[in-house]
Design a protein around this ligand. Structure first.
Ligand SMILES: *[C@@H]1O[C@H](CO)[C@@H](O)[C@H](O)[C@H]1NC(C)=O
Ligand SMILES: *[C@@H]1O[C@H](CO)[C@@H](O)[C@H](O)[C@H]1NC(C)=O
Length: 450
């Protein structure tokens, strides 16, 4: 909310409060607004260009896919697919090749966006970085080359651009440890070695706050999550402190691996991690949480849903009233009906949504105390190996497509999120499926009131 003091009067612009009422729901299916499918931007980097956030990451869709996608958002909640900066092509970006963890920085003098990524053969033996550039953040990048930085193996990598414009490559080298390399002035090559940790850590990302550098990383445990760690220093050249945990021990960083640390507003740090599903990578979700920095200490708490004002960086960590509507209270028609679901509310969900009989359910008493755009969590199950879709319509408005990734099983509900315009008072929310396809089984809706 923006307050402007005018001749002693306080004018409040509510447009901002509506935007910041949308919630980041960690680990849920995130449906891109313009594709209706789960966001495919794994191992991503995030760059802010003129107050728009661009999330550039790996496309792990099943079926034909791009290599690297770029999504944009002005609130860190609603994402639009802008295009594919890197598409499948010959050479390093050919079929069966590994292209992971793309990160983009901007060089003001050359006016180029520079992307680094991990480039590898299918057996991960090449261990190189690749470099691509573009005149626009989400344009089609020109792929230049791949190499081993100063002759060292390079797998998981990150980029860090310091306040003075100097940029660094962070890179995991299984033989020698984790490195920081300084990039050449044009960012297109590596010019020197800055620091090496002998430990075998990967997934590096740097944050600088009040003159302290924080290096975050994970241990090596394949696609499985582990307790990630961090170290601090007042210079990238060290000395660096001993590594320590930033999330509760045993939480495996809330089942995620560091990919990027984003700063919003003046200095609110946001942890962006991947919750990898190794057996089906397109199902991997995003664990984004506020990172508390106090002096030289970093700590991460779990918040199932939270919001950030991207202008000021101020955080709202829960505190909103949660209104939950079990599917057994909805009206089902066209073949949609209650089915058993041991982990669902009332041990029931509604299945057979969509299909040849056009199964539909209606929640006709979803309450909110103020009109506005709201985040709804939809608890569901989907026993398929690929995402299902539903059309969600509020108060008779045209349907909006929402994706539902496979859930771990038929009895444990997963979460998907939808952002909908609700009116004050009672709302009618209809869930159906398009083209007689099957939608997910719905357990319940959760609405965050103010
Ligand atoms: C970008 O590249 C130029 C030319 O190579 C270099 O002088 C400059 O320091 C680089 N960095 C930034 C932030 O512009
Ligand atoms: C379901 O919807 C389709 C397309 O709108 C329609 O052709 C079909 O007759 C409907 N089926 C039933 C059983 O109503």
């Amino acid at each position: 909310m923006h307050k402007l003091r005018l001749f002693g009067l306080i004018v409040v612009f509510f447009s901002h409060s509506i935007v910041s009422s949308l919630e980041i729901v960690s680990g849920a299916t995130w449906t891109a607004t313009n594709t209706g499918k789960h966001v495919q931007s794994h191992g991503a980097g995030i760059i802010n260009v003129d107050n728009v956030f661009y999330m550039i990451g790996e496309d792990k869709s099943d079926g034909p896919r791009n290599v690297v996608n770029c999504y944009s958002s002005s609130n860190l909640v609603e994402w639009n697919l802008e295009g594919a900066p890197l598409r499948m092509q010959g050479g390093d970006l050919g079929p069966g090749r590994v292209v992971e963890r793309p990160k983009v920085i901007y060089n003001k003098s050359t006016r180029k966006y520079v992307m680094y990524m991990h480039i590898d053969s299918g057996d991960y033996k090449e261990a190189k970085v690749g470099v691509a550039t573009c005149d626009s953040v989400c344009g089609i990048y020109t792929y230049h080359k791949s190499f081993q930085p100063m002759g060292k193996q390079s797998r998981d990598m990150g980029l860090y651009q310091d306040d003075d414009g100097t940029a660094y490559l962070l890179s995991e080298d299984r033989q020698n440890g984790l490195h920081i390399f300084k990039l050449a002035k044009d960012y297109l090559s590596v010019s020197s070695m800055v620091y090496t940790w002998p430990e075998k850590f990967e997934a590096p990302a740097i944050l600088k706050k009040d003159g302290t550098y924080f290096m975050f990383a994970s241990r090596l445990s394949g696609w499985d999550a582990n307790d990630n760690i961090y170290s601090t220093a007042s210079s990238l050249y060290g000395p660096w402190t001993l590594w320590q945990l930033f999330a509760p021990q045993g939480s495996k960083t809330f089942t995620s691996q560091t990919t990027y640390i984003l700063t919003v507003g003046r200095d609110t740090a946001i942890y962006a991690g991947d919750r990898w599903v190794g057996k089906n990578l397109m199902r991997s979700t995003y664990v984004w949480l506020p990172l508390r920095i106090s002096g030289k200490k970093a700590s991460l708490e779990n918040h199932p849903h939270w919001s950030v004002d991207i202008t000021t960086g101020s955080l709202t960590l829960g505190g909103k009233q949660e209104l939950s509507y079990g599917a057994h209270t909805a009206t089902a028609s066209g073949g949609a009906r209650l089915v058993d679901c041991s982990g669902c509310s009332g041990k029931k969900s509604i299945g057979y949504i969509g299909g040849p009989s056009n199964g539909t359910i209606i929640f006709n008493s979803v309450k909110t105390s103020v009109a506005g755009r709201r985040t709804l969590v939809i608890k569901y199950t989907n026993g398929d190996k690929t995402q299902r879709f539903a059309e969600i319509s509020v108060n008779g408005s045209p349907g909006q497509t929402v994706a539902f990734l496979p859930s771990s099983d038929d009895a444990t509900p997963a979460s998907s999120v939808a952002h909908l315009n609700l009116k004050e008072g009672i709302n009618n929310i209809k869930i159906s499926a398009k083209d007689q396809s099957w939608g997910p089984n719905i357990d319940r809706l959760v609405v965050f009131d103010k």
